[in-house]
Design a protein around this ligand. Structure first.
Ligand code: PLP
Length: 322
C-alpha cells in the first residue's frame, strides 16, 4: 500500500511515468530464460535515467525551502549532475556542480549537457568522492555566508527523499508484474550511491513482496556499498514507518572490474549484446556492468531458467557519447 507519507511529500512531476516494462524477447529466447526490462532509461526528462525519479522529490523540497542555489557534486560524466542542472533550470534556481577527476574533462556527454543547461562548474583535481563532497560543502558554506539560501545534494542524490523516487518505481513495477503475470522474481540494477537500492527495498518492506532485490555494484566494494545501502534504507524506513530487514540487502561487486568508470570486457560485450539483440543502449559505467551481471547470473544458473528476472535499465547512455 502506498503510505500517506509518500503521497503527502511534495514531489514535482518530471518523469514520464509509468515507464515501459517489457520482455526482452530475443535475449530470453537465446538464453532460455524470462528476462524483463523496466525502462527507466526512458524517464524522459533531460535524457532520463534513474536520477529523474530521485530529483522529483529533491527539487520539490528545494522549492519548498525557497532555495536560490543548489550545490551538488559528482564525476565529470555524472548523470545526477546533468539532471540536477536541468531541474534547477526548470525551477529557476542556480546550480553549482563540483565536478571531480584527475584528467582535464572533454566537452562531451553529460559534461557538455550540464554546461548547456547553464550550471556553473567548479573543478576538483581528485578521483576521491570524499574530496568532491568536502569541496561541495565548503562551496555551500561560502554561498551561505553570502546570504544565499543553499540546498545541498550529496553524490547521486542518495538521501531518504531521493530514495522515495525508487519506492514509487517499486510500486509501479508491482503493477507491471501483475500485468505480465510475474509472481516472484529477482530484480537487478546498477547500484552505486545506494539510493535506488534503498528505495526499492523500502518498496519491498512496505508491501511485503517476497522477491529478491540484487544491486550490482559499479563503484566500491560490496561490503562498503551494502553498509551504505543499509544506513540509507534504515533512515528511509524510519520516515515511511516501515520495518527494515537488513538481511534483504544483496550487493554483488563481482562486475565492477578495475574500478568505477573503467569498462570491463563483459560490460562491453553486454552493451553490444543488448544493442544487437534488442536495440537497447546501455552505458559503460552503470547499466552495462549491471547487465553483464544479470547475463552471468542467468548463464551460470545462479537464477534458474524458469524464474522470471527483471533488469531495471537505470539509463546513463549519454555516456556513450563521452
Ligand atoms: C545510470 C545510472 N545507473 C545507476 C546508478 C546507481 O544509482 P544509485 O546511485 O542510486 O545507486 C547511477 C548513479 O549514479 C546512474 O547514473
Amino acid at each position: 500500500m502506498k503510505p500517506n507519507i509518500l503521497k503527502e511529500t511534495p514531489r514535482r512531476n518530471l518523469a514520464l511515468s509509468p515507464t515501459p516494462f517489457h520482455k526482452l524477447e530475443n535475449i530470453s529466447r537465446e538464453m532460455h530464460c524470462n528476462l524483463y526490462c523496466k525502462r527507466d532509461d526512458l524517464t524522459g526528462f533531460a535524457f532520463g535515467g534513474n536520477k529523474v525519479r530521485k530529483m522529483e522529490y529533491l527539487i520539490a523540497d528545494a522549492i519548498e525551502k525557497q532555495t536560490d542555489t543548489i550545490v551538488t557534486s559528482g564525476a565529470y560524466q555524472s548523470n545526477f549532475c546533468r539532471i540536477t542542472a536541468a531541474a534547477g533550470a526548470l525551477a529557476g534556481i542556480d546550480v553549482h556542480l563540483v565536478l571531480g577527476g584527475t584528467r582535464e574533462p572533454v566537452m562531451t556527454g553529460n559534461f557538455l549537457l550540464s554546461n548547456k543547461l547553464g550550471a556553473r562548474i567548479h573543478k576538483v583535481q581528485s578521483d576521491r568522492w570524499e574530496d568532491w563532497e568536502a569541496d561541495r560543502q565548503a562551496l555551500a558554506d561560502t554561498f551561505r555566508n553570502r546570504g544565499k539560501i543553499v540546498y545541498e545534494m550529496p553524490i547521486g542524490g542518495s538521501v531518504p527523499l531521493g530514495a522515495f523516487g525508487y519506492v514509487d518505481a517499486f510500486l509501479e513495477m508491482l503493477n507491471d508484474f501483475k500485468n505480465h503475470g510475474i509472481k516472484q522474481t529477482h530484480i537487478f540494477f546498477a547500484s552505486s550511491s545506494g539510493g535506488t537500492q534503498a528505495g526499492l527495498l523500502n518498496g519491498k518492506w512496505l508491501t511485503g513482496w517476497s522477491g529478491k532485490i540484487i544491486g550490482i555494484g559499479t563503484a566500491k566494494s560490496g561490503g562498503k556499498l551494502a553498509y551504505e545501502v543499509n544506513l540509507l534504507a534504515q533512515e528511509t524506513a524510519k520516515l515511511l514507518n516501515t520495518i527494515a530487514v537488513p538481511g534483504d540487502i544483496f550487493v554483488d561487486d563481482a562486475y565492477v572490474g578495475e574500478s568505477y568508470g573503467i569498462p570491463t570486457q563483459e560490460c562491453e560485450e553486454a552493451i553490444q549484446y543488448f544493442a544487437q539483440k534488442e536495440g537497447i543502449f546501455l552505458d559503460r559505467v552503470y547499466s552495462g556492468k549491471a547487465a553483464a551481471g544479470v547475463l552471468d547470473y542467468i548463464k551460470s544458473g545462479k537464477v534458474k531458467n524458469d524464474e522470471d528476472v527483471v533488469f531495471i535499465h537505470t539509463g546513463g547512455n549519454v555516456e556513450l557519447f563521452a
